[in-house]
Each structure stands twice: as structure tokens, then as C-alpha cells.
Design a protein around this ligand. Sequence first.
Ligand code: GUN
Length: 279
Amino acid sequence: MAQLIDGKRISKEIKDELKAEVDALKGRGIQICLAVVQVGQDPASCVYVNNKKKACAYIGIESESYELPDEVSEEELLALVDRLNHSEHVNGILVQLPLPAHIDEDKIIRAISPDKDVDGFHPVSVGRLWIGEPGFLSCTPAGIIQLLKRSGISMDGKECVVVGRSNIVGKPMAALLLREHATVTMAHSHTKNLWEITKRADILIVAIGKRQFIDAGYVKEGAVVIDVGMHRDDNNKLCGDIVFDEIFEKASAVTPVPGGVGPMTIAMLMNNCVEAVRK
Ligand code: GUN
């Protein structure tokens, strides 16, 4: 039976550390403000945005909301981002994705000042990550590194396999694992004989976005398994990219869904907001 990696507890620990740091900054007259921009009312985005604002309130970070209608033009959104870039009051800018189809997401991400890019999506942040310069880290992979470190799991010299190659999770995950001196393999939807690759992993990170796709047959006995997926099963219960019950019996440690990676993403967003004023 595996150790359950408790993202809820670890994210609370990080948020409490940040709360103390924010209190100390306030004592020196420094306030932090995150601008949260949402276009339209996608139900999942509403939940994420609300959770981010709640975390801000808990830590003592001000959040400024910008709720724009679905029909907002790309020019209008770019104008808002430009205004927030130049605002002395705003330290971090978050534009919740996905954006409506008529807006070019890459163009919006590139318009955000790299100094306020708390999502870590700007090409400057991505470049800094790959060459090992300090900068904003993509929140989900940074959260996974913290989950492992704070659970006493070393990555140094380990065989790590990342399944999924998105710009938000898979690619930055590989860069961060390399920074921790892991040997990293990236697998994805075109990988042949995926199980042969995943069974090599001491640490397996699953971010493929397919409900309960990875079962125990893909996992080496005693591996650590991190599940980035978030889906609803046939009974409308939240589940991930792995078949949890099977893998729980075979792995040495595993993250649950919910309560694993999810809360860590928000904790690391909060860390990036504090980082914006630490710099
Ligand atoms: N949509 C889903 N995840 C994220 C995220 O981490 N940041 C932003 N801005 N949008 C998202």
C-alpha cells in the first residue's frame, strides 16, 4: 500500500508560510495585488478563479477582478493587459485560460509583462526556466516539485517519466525535474509501447488528460505516481488520469484526486505573487 501524498495539507503549509511572509511585508508597508482577468463565464474557469481569489484573501494578497463579456475584442483585452502592465498598484497579472476562439491566447500571454507573469507562461519565463535563471515558474509543475520535496522524495539521479507534453505542465515539468538532477524521459500520445517507458519510472508524472488511462500495468512496483488529471467518473465523482485503487496497491507513494496536485497549483500561484515583490 502506498503513502498518500497529501496536497491539501502541503498546500496549506505553503500558504501559511506565505501568509507570514506577506504579514512581514505589510509591516514594511509593502502590499501585494494580483489582477485576475476572466473572459466569459465558463463554469470550470469560475471555480478556478474563485479558488484563486479565496487563496489571495487567506494569505493577505489583494485581488482585483476584471470580468469581461465573451464578446470582448482582442484589442480591448490587450488594452486592459497594457493598463495592468503599467499600473504601479498591480504586481501580478493572471488571465484565466481558455479564452474564446476569436482571441489569440499566445498573443495575450506575450502581452503580459514578464515582471508580472505569475502564471509563468510568457516565453521569457519559459526561457529563464530552461537555462536555470531565476524567474516565475509554471504553477502546476512547481507544485509537484514541492509535493515531492515535502514528502521526503528525492529526485536526484532518479528515472522520471513525464507523460504529456503540454506547455503548461509536461514541458516545464521536465525542465524542473532536470534542475533537481533527475534523468527525464518525456512520453506522449505518439509514444510507442508506452508501458515499456512508464515501467522504467521511479517517479511517474501523468498529465495526459485522459480519464483513468494509466492502470497498474504501466507502473513499476514501488514507484511514486503523481496524477495531474481532473475528470468526472460515471458517478460524477472527481477522478484523475490514473486508476487510483490499483496503483495505490502497487506504488510506494501516490497523489489522490481531488486533494493532490490541484491545491498545489494555487499555492504556487500565491508564491509567484509574493515572488513578484521579493525580486
Ligand atoms: N486554466 C487552467 N489552468 C490555468 C492556469 O494555471 N492559469 C491560467 N491562467 N489559466 C488556466
